[in-house]
Design a protein around this ligand. Structure first.
Ligand SMILES: [Zn+2]
Length: 71
């Protein structure tokens, strides 16, 4: 949803102090996503790791259910 280059950004009111993925203090650049019930902030490397694991979970679910997820 947003790529934050530094401490001055329009999402200051809901940027998380700690990374959603690793739990360490947020540093910049960071990735910030706002969902329907909350917001997450991640280090850019953690966003890559999380997205790979998210896609892996979808892949395993597709194999287990013998269904492809389609849009
Ligand atoms: Zn992190």
């Amino acid at each position: 949803m947003a790529y934050l280059r530094g401490i001055d950004h329009p999402y200051q009111h809901n940027v998380q102090k700690y990374c959603f993925y690793c739990g360490h203090n947020i540093s910049y650049p960071a990735i910030h996503w706002v969902g329907s019930v909350g917001a997450i902030t991640l280090h850019s490397n953690c966003a890559v790791d999380l997205s790979i694991k998210l896609m892996s979970d979808v892949h395993h679910m597709q194999n287990d259910t013998n269904r492809r997820i389609r849009m």
